[in-house]
Design a protein around this ligand. Structure first.
Ligand code: NAD
Length: 374
């Protein structure tokens, strides 16, 4: 009975808010309830996302993209930096009850506004926060690389299964038109078999104190951060997963920054059909390409991995695709998979596969040997 009364009051208030009307409120409890229920009902049909870690990617890309999404919205934040709260609260209209820190993070389980946890922390922290997200009974999106070890990936996948929730990895290019075209051209052999495959991603890294240069937080250097895009590109363009790898570390020419991680590296993946796919990643030079040389000509993207401005060409000329908001597309696709209970394209298993490949690249680089990938 009480439930019905609350419901009809909510519906009434929702109508008022849609009409842009307001009424004097009898009590602050009533006011709070109005704020909360209006938010819930306005977002009806959309899944609420809580971003965990409010750094460059969350603030610069994901939060703005969540203003454009159709199937999910920015419902909450989890941060260890209290000074960020007022700015985010104000900018994105986030209610206090949806703001968490790393200590009370687990109590997010009691918050029905949050359906999805999106972990955007330094790499070594992904596993813990993903597993805690599943323990809270939420779906989880985890940034790349999924974790630093395959064993951690296994724990994350097991946690998802136990919770009966989805795990997705933030592979935005799995949903991006130019990269989707590379998949189509390569896997359907539009220009015949691929004879040579190369991929490279690098930029000049700045601040020498950042976590990306710390082994314990990043797990490695440009391989973890940028090489992973090349690993993805090679796999989705060829439609194959490598079976062996050799790798070589590049010289450290900017000595003060690379005390703990590689500055650059090259690797050679042996594909199941004998094709050798070459990858390269660097924090000391600029490169950004994904290239397939096939029997009937070359198709490529350059730049291939940026948030926008991607360009592609085929033997028939330039590709003609719009550059979209990649993060909005990615999060909408993932939210839709969760809503429909369909498997995510960028699944935990795919994230695990890539962690396994990266681990093999590092082993090959360290030993100088060809490493078989089971
Ligand atoms: P960032 O340094 O800008 O932000 C990291 C956040 O983690 C900050 O809010 C920081 O306060 C918090 N943090 C918590 N504990 C920390 C610690 N011990 N050390 C450092 N920071 C700590 O990093 P970012 O660029 O936002 O990257 C975050 C994650 O997102 C990484 O896993 C990265 O690989 C991924 N990422 C993905 C893309 C993509 O295109 N998919 C792009 C950028 C970053």
């Amino acid at each position: 009975m009480e439930h019905n009364t609350t419901k009809s009051r909510r519906a009434f208030l929702y109508q008022l808010s849609l009409a842009g009307l307001s009424i004097p409120l009898a009590s602050s409890t009533f006011a709070d309830e109005q704020k909360q229920t209006t938010m819930q009902q306005k977002k009806e049909g959309k899944l609420g996302i809580a971003l965990v870690g409010l750094g460059g990617y969350a603030g610069g890309q994901l939060a703005p993209a969540l203003q454009q999404t159709e199937h999910c919205y920015l419902a909450g934040i989890v941060t260890g930096t209290p000074s960020k709260i007022p700015v985010w609260k104000e900018k994105y209209n986030i209610p206090d009850k949806n703001i968490y820190n790393y200590d009370n993070y687990d109590s997010i389980k009691d918050n029905p506004d949050i359906d999805i946890i999106y972990v955007v922390l330094p790499n070594s922290m992904h596993a813990e926060y993903v597993i805690r997200g599943f323990a809270a009974g939420k779906h989880v999106i985890c940034e790349k690389p999924m974790a630093l070890t395959v064993a951690d990936c296994d724990k994350m996948i097991a946690a998802a299964k136990k919770a009966g929730k989805q795990l997705s990895v933030g592979y935005r290019l799995q949903f991006e038109p130019h990269n989707l075209e590379m998949m189509r051209l390569g896997t359907t052999k539009v220009y015949g078999d691929i004879k040579k495959m190369t991929a490279g991603f690098g930029f000049m890294i700045g601040d020498p104190t950042q976590w990306r240069l710390k082994k314990d937080l990043a797990g490695g250097g440009p391989m973890q951060d940028l090489g992973i895009y090349c690993v993805q590109g090679i796999c989705y363009t060829t439609g194959m997963v490598p079976v062996a790898v050799t790798a070589q570390e590049g010289p450290k020419t900017i000595a003060d920054k690379f005390k703990e991680v590689e500055q650059s590296l090259k690797w050679q993946f042996e594909m199941p059909n004998g094709l050798v796919a070459e990858g390269e990643a660097s924090y000391g030079s600029n490169m950004n390409f994904l290239r397939a040389e096939a029997e009937k000509g070359m198709f490529e993207l350059s730049p291939a991995y940026n948030y926008g401005g991607l360009r592609g060409k085929t033997p028939e000329g330039p590709m003609n695709f719009t550059n979209i908001n990649q993060q909005a597309k990615q999060m909408d696709a993932m939210a839709l998979s969760m809503i429909k209970n369909q498997p995510s394209i960028a699944s935990g298993e795919m994230g695990r596969r890539d962690v396994k490949l990266i681990t093999a690249v590092y082993e090959a680089m360290a030993t100088g040997k060809k490493i078989k990938i089971q």
